[in-house]
Write a protein that binds this ligand. Sequence first.
Ligand code: ATP
Length: 329
Amino acid sequence: MNDRQKIRSIGILTSGGDSPGMNAAIRAVVRTAIYNNIRVYGIMRGYAGLIEDEINELNSRSVANIIQRGGTILKTARSKDFMNYEGRQKAFENLKKRDINGLVIIGGDGSFKGAQLFGKEFNINCIGLPGTIDRDIAGTDVTIGFDTAVNTAVEAIDKIRDTMDAHDRLFVVEVMGRDAGYIALYSGIATGAENILIPETKTDIEDVIKGLLEKEKRKKLVNLIVVAEGEEFGGANGVAKIIKEQAPNTDLRVCVLGHIQRGGSPSCADRVYASHMGYYAVEGLIHGKSNVMVGIINNKIHYTNFDAAIKLKQKIGQEWMKIVKILAI
Ligand code: ATP
């Protein structure tokens, strides 16, 4: 179905949840396209702006001074209309009238599901860049935004630990991750959490409470539990409620970190990943790649079919939970 001819013009959009480093990726795509004499258009508000024709041509100056900024200059959105064929058809017409035959999508697995359909139904070459703080996409060791988000969480938890230690308290801290526990796992390990609760593994909550009571007996009163928002007991508040019911004497506080994890200046690592993958998104399109996501595996660029990137979600190995338990004795 796809037009394997020369890439004439490229459209770029950011979709789904924003992540720090998206701007660095936009910059890399725009400048690599211009270097190769390919016109490049910025599509506002993801698939929503594509359907509503909010599309502007970009030049190398349009992306000046953005590499260090969080968020996305193209803004992002979730679009119900793109879930329907009619919406996608309208989107295609808007690309066609500008002679755009390459589309770069920076987003998460939902955005790639949309891109996959779009690329199959219409004559457009779609290529994805993994822009998500959740790091829950296969075909890449890194996603744009994860490193920044997890470092924000670590910095916040370090601050909480100071007050936790001063008061000999238990803190239950909730970090982002509706379906994926990577932010919880990494930030929990990096801050010495006693327990880490994530959606990917079943937690024996009785065992968590038994451990807390046992630690209380030997006067280890400063305890940290890091919880991913999508774990099974209803986030940090749900976990705290159960602990309060079963161990009423525990001096416990809850902190939900929330959206601070999405914002802020991207880390050096995220800027480099975004620049590297952004460059190879355009290179991929030029060399006829379509319906694939650019990823980095063992420091090397890999192209993975959208199908595989979406289906083969990253898995968190059980041994991590064992390590967490041992390191918290
Ligand atoms: P994050 O990981 O940050 O949530 P995401 O890309 O997974 O990012 P979603 O809200 O799941 O975010 O998807 C973004 C957009 O992609 C949706 O609003 C919708 O327009 C489109 N999309 C998602 N799934 C499909 C699908 N099955 N068919 C068509 N379009 C889809």
